[in-house]
Every structure is written in structure tokens, then in C-alpha cells.
Design a protein around this ligand. Structure first.
Ligand code: NAI
Ligand code: MG
Length: 495
């Protein structure tokens, strides 16, 4: 389906050659190089993107430093709060366009990208509520003698935000929001596979009155722009979301000048269905816990643990549900699942499907790339493997595609052992009507977020983060805002 037949108008923003935002100016990469922004549903080129390299990153970091030390540092809490509220209003006004660009650029259906509206607006409002967190606490007479103590918080400085392609609208805001709330400045590097909404958002930030250099956006590849940014001595903090392999490089690069760093990495989250669960809710809940965003979500509940008494019925119903999902170009408002992001990701997912079969898992549904009119995009059927053992590769490694690994368990202890037998610890789901099971399991699972009788719900005031290989640093919540601030203690002897 072309955009013409979907009844939607192509946003004027799409097309042409996009530039980098450095110091409030839109500029080309110094090399003049550019690369394609591709629609993964069709393979069509949406625009050309400036290909930043180390020299461009230098300029962006210098612009961010200059802005950090400039008039921005004199903005009051309420100035920054008003800026965030103006941005909120512009994002609300332009949300249909932003969601359409996101759908075109990374493939998630409009059903999903439009559905994120209230979350995104809530996210921005949350950060608007946090601008007074650079506060001063005082304590008098805490020490013997005549002392007054001040505890001051101050912005850490220049933030490097490196984000992935699986949901750039939301991921960029964890960084933009914390940066603007605290009075930091940032250089944002969106993923090479989905950069357009970060560029459109930057236009809205400028329209809202963002001072030059406070947010800079450099598009480019991880090995060029990304690594230059992570290494840069002018950067004070890195906020990274992506794969553990790259996360490790980021942490290593951060050690040069001991940058503050947070890394939100992958997951292999368990979603546990007890035999007393309400299956009318659990079946779609568990299936969409894996398949939402075509499985390209760090917190996806990809290891589905089902209590043996209901195992066959659950598998049957999950298969029927999976079959009912509509796969296609996400411009069609009826479509539930879009393509995966790229040829590379498609190959990666199909390789895991092969490995699943070779290691003895049974394919209950899916497992094929879709052809026909979808052949020019990267479409894969939602895939349900049953009879999975937790030692199998498809139960151990993050696939980042629409692949569920379903396995039976017998007892509570069994389920808990399997749930925690993983290198990751981002999330976990529990489906039961028994309060005690829900509480005990919530405490037992070693993961940063637990969902009971739901999956994927997120509140920006609460935030999320991981255990183990899922990385460190909390995103959202007051804890995250604090991680963009230095602490300082001032002891005064009043004599
Ligand atoms: P990636 O981790 O390499 O990319 C994420 C971001 O890091 C992108 O902006 C990229 O340009 C940047 N980057 C890459 N190499 C870099 C380097 N050396 N220094 C600094 N920045 C660098 O992820 P990729 O290659 O797109 O996907 C590979 C796999 O990673 C996926 O199949 C999935 O399993 C996992 N992944 C997990 C995500 C999550 O949210 N947990 C998000 C994206 C990918
Ligand atoms: Mg794209």
C-alpha cells in the first residue's frame, strides 16, 4: 500500500536531505556525506541523512558546552518548566505528524505509534514537574558547634544520548526530558535506522524557544558518530539504550574521563501463566507481550512459562490469537504488526527461527518471512515455538523479533527457578488470580519491572531499569533526574 492509497498525506518533512542540528543551526556533515533513511515496510527511501563523523561530533559537543556555560545556566526552574510546557503543547499539536513519521521510518503500525500519544505527553509533563530538582537542602545544627550545611545539586554538564531504532519518539524523550529539566545540555545521536522523528522533534524544540546548542542532533553510524561521542572528553554523561555488545563498548569508552553512564540493554523476560489465570486476558496479554512492535522491545516477554495443567489449552489459544493478528504496512489502521527494522534484523530473526528448529523446539505457528505484496518490506509472521527448554538458544539470547519461546512448568518454585535462570533481568510478567502467588513471585523474580495480569504498562513517574545484563541506571522517575545532577555539600562554620 502506498501512502497515496492509505488516505494519509505525506508529511512535508519527509524527503530531501536532512542536516545536523549543531548550536541552533542546521548544518551538513563536514565530509558532505549522507545516507538513506529507509521505510522498512516498503524499502523506499524517505530522505537522506547527514552522516556525522568525529569532526561533526566535536563541533556538536563544543556547541553543547558553550550552551551549558551560556545564558541557559541562568534560566530559573520555572523558565525551564515553561519551556517544557511549550514543547508539550507543540508535540500535542503535531502528534499525528510525529506518529506518521515514526511509522514510515521504523515500521511500527499507526495503531501503535498513535497509541503512544498519551504516554509521550505524560513523559514530557513528568519532566516539566522535575525542574525544581536542582534544589538546595539545608541543615542547621546537624554538627556540633555552629555549622550550617548546604546540600546543592547542579547539572552534570554535556550529555551524550545514544538511542536505538525500536521506539525513538519515546527513547529520545528519556534524554531530552532529563536534560531540559536539570539544565544540562545534550548531543543526541539517533540510530542510523530511524532518525527522522528526532530531527522533526528538534525543529519543534527550536520553535518552542530552545536556546541554541542546548540540544544538538547528530545523525550517523554507531561506529563513527556514536563511538566518537562515547569517547569524547567533552562529554560528562552518557545515556545509552541498545545492545549489550555496544553497551560494553560505551562503558569502556566512558572510563577515559569517568563519564557518568547509564546503559539500558536487552532482556529475555519471563511471562509466567499460572493455572488459575484468567485465560481470556492472559492469552492476548502474553501474546502481545512478545509481539508488540514486532518483538522489537527490550522488555518483551519472550520466555512464556505456562503451568502444565493448562499448557495445551494455552498453546492452542495463543496460536489462534497469533493467527488473528494482521501483519502489513502500518499505514493501514487495522494492521497490528509491521515489519522488522532492516534486512539485517530480518536475517538475525530468521537465523534464530532456524536454530529453534534445529535444537528441537516445535513450531506451533509462524516462522516465515512474508512475500507477495509484502516482499519488498521486512515482514515476519508472529512465531510461536513450543516445547522449549530454557537451555535452548532461543530461550537464552535476545532475538528482538516476533518469536515466543513457550515452555511448561510444574510448581511455583519451578517457575521461579526458570524465570531467574537467565543473564538478563529487565522485566517479568505474572498471570494469576492468587494474591499470594502474585506477591511472592513479584519479590522472587530478579528484574527491574514486574507486571501482574498485564504486560508493558509504563509510568514515566515510576520509570524502569534492569538487573544483571540488562544494564544499569533507572530511566524515568526522580532517580533518573538525579542521575543528571552532581551533588555538592557545603559546610559553613558560622563561628
Ligand atoms: P546497537 O546497540 O548497536 O545500536 C544502538 C545505538 O548505538 C545506535 O544509535 C547505534 O548507532 C549506536 N552504536 C552502535 N555502535 C556504537 C559504538 N561502537 N559506539 C557508540 N554508539 C554505537 O544495536 P543494533 O546494532 O541496532 O541492534 C542489534 C541488536 O541489539 C538487536 O537485534 C537487539 O537484540 C539489540 N537491541 C536492543 C535494544 C534495546 O532496547 N534493548 C535496542 C536496539 C537493539
Ligand atoms: Mg528507517
Amino acid at each position: 500500500m502506498s501512502i497515496a492509497t492509505s488516505g494519509l498525506e505525506m508529511p512535508a518533512f519527509v524527503g530531501g536531505t536532512k542536516r545536523l542540528l549543531i548550536g541552533g543551526e542546521w548544518v551538513q556533515a563536514a565530509s558532505g556525506k549522507a545516507f538513506d533513511a529507509v521505510n522498512p515496510a516498503t524499502g523506499e527511501v524517505l530522505a537522506r541523512l547527514a552522516q556525522a563523523e568525529a569532526v561533526d561530533v566535536d563541533r556538536a559537543v563544543a556547541a553543547a558546552r558553550k550552551a551549558f556555560e551560556g545564558p541557559w545556566s541562568q534560566w530559573s526552574h520555572s523558565d525551564r518548566q515553561r519551556l517544557l510546557i511549550r514543547i508539550h503543547d507543540l508535540v500535542e499539536k503535531h502528534f499525528d505528524e510525529l506518529s506518521l513519521i515514526e511509522t514510515l521510518d521504523m515500521g511500527a503500525p499507526l495503531m501503535r505509534t498513535r497509541g503512544l500519544k498519551s504516554f509521550l505527553l505524560q513523559q514530557i509533563l513528568f519532566y516539566a514537574s522535575q525542574t525544581a530538582s536542582c534544589s538546595v537542602q539545608t541543615s542547621a545544627n546537624a554538627l556540633p558547634g555552629n555549622f550550617s550545611t548546604l546540600k546543592i545539586k547542579a547539572p552534570v554538564g554535556v550529555v551524550a544520548g545514544i538511542i536505538p531504532w525500536n521506539g525513538p519518539l519515546m527513547s529520545q524523550w528519556w534524554i531530552l526530558g532529563a536534560t531540559l529539566a536539570t539544565g544540562c545540555t545534550a548531543v543526541l545521536k539517533p540510530a542510523e535506522d530511524a532518525s527522522l522523528t528526532a530531527l522533526r522533534m528538534a525543529e519543534l524544540l527550536l520553535e518552542a524557544g530552545l536556546p541554541p546548542g542546548v540540544i544538538n542532533v547528530v545523525t550517523g553510524f554507531g561506529t563513527e558518530a556514536g563511538s566518537a561521542l562515547a569517547d569524547h572528553p567533552g562529554v560528562d554523561r552518557i545515556a545509552f539504550t541498545g545492545s549489550p555488545e555496544t553497551g560494553r563498548k560505551i562503558v569502556q569508552a566512558s572510563s577515559g574521563n569517568f563519564k557518568r553512564v547509564s546503559v539500558e540493554l536487552g532482556g529475555k523476560s519471563p511471562d509466567i501463566v499460572f493455572d488459575d489465570a484468567d485465560l481470556d486476558k492472559a492469552v492476548p496479554g502474553v501474546a502481545m507481550g512478545v509481539f508488540t512492535n514486532t518483538g522489537q522491545i527490550c522488555a518483551a516477554g519472550t520466555r512464556v512459562l505456562v503451568q502444565r495443567r493448562i499448557y495445551d489449552e494455552f498453546v492452542e489459544r495463543m496460536t489462534v490469537f497469533s493467527r488473528s493478528l494482521k501483519i502489513g504496512n502500518g499505514l493501514d489502521p487495522q494492521v497490528n504488526l509491521g515489519p522488522v527494522i532492516s534486512q539485517r534484523q530480518l536475517e538475525r530473526v530468521m537465523r534464530y527461527v532456524d536454530i529453534g528448529g534445529q535444537e528441537g523446539a516445535e513450531l506451533a505457528h509462524g516462522g516465515r518471512r512474508l512475500g507477495g505484496e509484502l516482499a519488498s518490506g521486512y515482514f515476519i509472521e508472529p512465531t510461536v515455538f513450543t516445547g522449549v527448554h530454557n537451555e535452548m538458544t532461543i530461550a537464552r539470547e535476545e532475538i528482538f523479533g516476533p518469536v515466543a519461546a513457550v515452555m511448561p512448568f510444574d510448581t511455583f518454585d519451578d517457575a521461579l527457578r526458570i524465570a531467574n535462570d537467565t543473564n538478563y533481568g529487565l522485566a517479568g510478567g505474572i498471570w494469576t488470580q492468587n494474591l499470594s502467588t502474585a506477591h511472592r513471585m513479584s519479590r522472587g523474580i530478579q528484574a527491574g519491572t514486574i507486571w501482574v495480569n498485564c504486560y508493558g504498562v509504563l509510568d514515566p513517574q515510576v520509570g524502569f531499569g534492569g538487573y544483571k545484563l540488562s544494564g544499569y541506571g533507572w530511566k524515568g522517575g526522580a532517580e533518573q533526574v538525579d542521575s543528571y545532577l552532581y551533588q555538592k555539600a557545603v559546610y559553613m562554620n558560622l563561628g
